[in-house]
Ligand binder design. Structure first.
Ligand code: URP
Ligand code: ZN
Ligand code: ZN
Length: 473
């Protein structure tokens, strides 16, 4: 018998990239895609994908794993359980955040985050930075050095006391992004307006989870989005507005594009599938599960987000996985208490459900094409953060990160997920697709039923400069 030509051959796949869908075999050697074409020679492992769609492994470019929190609050997922969950949902690259604390050096935050990740990850990972204290040392030394070392993106917050920057600080950091070719991600909500609304709600005794949505109406997101756009125009540098929730922010981004400004935009599944009612229609604490910022809006805004995905307004879709257990003193009940909404840890889990939700309700629901799905979930995230073409596509030379899709009926049930969170906001939804197989660097890490650990084999990725083309419309 002749020696197999490849480590793995995936046969007769309906290969989907951001530009085409075509039938091909995929030959894999040493964790990389070696060749595409029909009738390939044999592989040590043969996988029949006849009739099945195969997409690039997802790149989740906005998720929070083991990010340091003020005690008693702690994230439920670190790099081990987070990347396990990602892999089982078809995501093979994650980009969480090395977050600078005020008073801390950025370098210290990066070193600490490497210690948290080392030897843990089942899939590949890169780091964004969070810049919360842009001292002269950070602006002139640390940030330029870190960008040169492969940390080419950073998030700026316009809200949250522990993280927020004022406008002058935002300008300072954007100037560094311009000079050194990095991508700035902006969390756009007006901090003072939120604080003012929160105090009034508290004074009226309105502290249940559902009031979180009233403290952060679309107006506060719209104003900050507009301000971020203006600041980016002043510095003449592209920015990426993260977790856009609805019409008012979308209108600002459309306005910016129509004026020729390079504004990229991200949204998340929570703005397609949840509404403010998921935070509660009465004072029940159950709504704490869906407290995230910006909050989910309403059905009409869900449609605005779908439209923006289909027509190119959005550059990418991420999970914003921010994992806190609901029934836990380190989670949504800090210290074991039902706390006023201002103290509920913000965020919801979603690493594992991002791709199945979008494939099922977007592609199979007829709202977006398969090519658009790939662009939004893999190709553009890889381009935005300098990982393309190693990640985010199916092409010779790219990492053999693949998802073979199963179509059928899949009821979302937290017991079947692999994160360390005790709930999913999507429990009970019937989806039409789920990954049948996930390959990470050519190795099966999920086969539709079972997870195959490769802890510590996930590699840290140094990012290059962003390679997204400007989208003007
Ligand atoms: O509520 C959210 N989105 N929590 C995670 C942190 C952030 O701002 O992305
Ligand atoms: Zn944010
Ligand atoms: Zn986030």
């Amino acid at each position: 018998m002749s020696t197999p030509a490849f480590d793995v051959v995936v046969r007769n796949a309906r290969v989907a990239t951001a530009s085409d869908v075509f039938v091909s075999d995929i030959g894999i050697t040493n964790g990389k895609i070696a060749v595409l074409g029909l009738g390939l020679a044999s592989g040590k492992v043969e996988m029949d994908a006849a009739g099945r769609v195969v997409t690039p492994g997802g790149v989740d470019a906005h998720c929070h794993l083991d990010q340091p929190m003020d005690p008693p609050v702690r994230m439920a997922d670190g790099f081990e359980s987070g990347t396990r969950s990602a892999a089982c949902g078809g995501t093979t690259t994650v980009i969480p955040f090395a977050a600078q604390q005020k008073g801390e050096s950025l370098r210290a935050a990066v070193d600490d985050y490497h210690r948290r990740a080392d030897g843990q990850a089942h899939v590949d990972y890169a780091f964004h930075l969070i810049v919360s204290d842009p001292t002269p040392e950070v602006l002139t030394q640390e940030l330029p050095a870190l960008i040169a070392e492969g940390y080419t993106s950073f998030k700026l917050y316009m809200t949250y006391d522990a993280l927020k920057l004022n406008d002058a600080q935002v300008l300072d950091v954007l100037a560094v992004a311009r000079e050194h070719g990095a991508m700035a991600m902006v969390h756009a909500e007006n901090a003072d307006a939120i604080e003012w609304l929160t105090r009034r709600l508290e004074a009226a005794g309105r502290t249940a989870p559902r009031w979180h949505a009233h403290a952060r109406p679309m107006l506060v997101e719209r104003e900050a989005t507009h301000r971020a756009i203006a600041l980016s125009q002043l510095v003449d540098v592209p920015i990426l507005i993260v977790h856009v929730s609805g019409r008012e922010a979308v209108e600002q981004i459309r306005w910016a594009r129509s004026h020729g400004l390079q504004i990229f935009a991200e949204t998340c599944p929570q703005y397609l599938f949840l509404t403010a009612e998921d935070l509660g229609i009465d004072d029940s604490y159950k709504g704490a599960r869906c407290v995230c910022s910006p909050p989910p809006r309403d059905k009409a805004n869900q449609q605005v987000i779908w439209d923006g995905l289909a027509d190119g307004l959005f550059t990418l879709i991420s999970s914003d996985h921010a994992p806190f257990r609901f029934d836990a003193p380190e989670g949504k009940r800090p210290g074991g208490q039902e706390v006023p909404f201002r103290h509920i840890p913000n965020g919801i889990p979603g690493l594992e459900t991002r791709l199945p939700l979008l494939y099922s309700e977007g592609v199979l629901g007829g709202r977006i094409t398969l090519e658009k799905f790939v662009e939004l979930t893999a190709t553009n995230p890889a381009k935005a953060y300098g990982l393309h073409p190693r990640k985010g596509t199916i092409a010779p030379g790219s990492d053999a990160d693949l998802v073979i899709w199963d179509e059928g009926e899949f009821v979302v049930d937290n017991k079947l997920l692999h994160h360390n969170v005790d709930y999913t906001p999507y429990a009970g939804m019937t989806l039409r697709a789920w990954p049948a197989v996930t390959l990470a660097s050519g190795q099966v890490v999920w086969d539709g039923h079972e997870f195959f650990p490769r802890q510590g084999q996930g590699q840290f990725l140094r990012c290059g400069p962003p390679t997204l083309r400007p989208r003007l419309r």
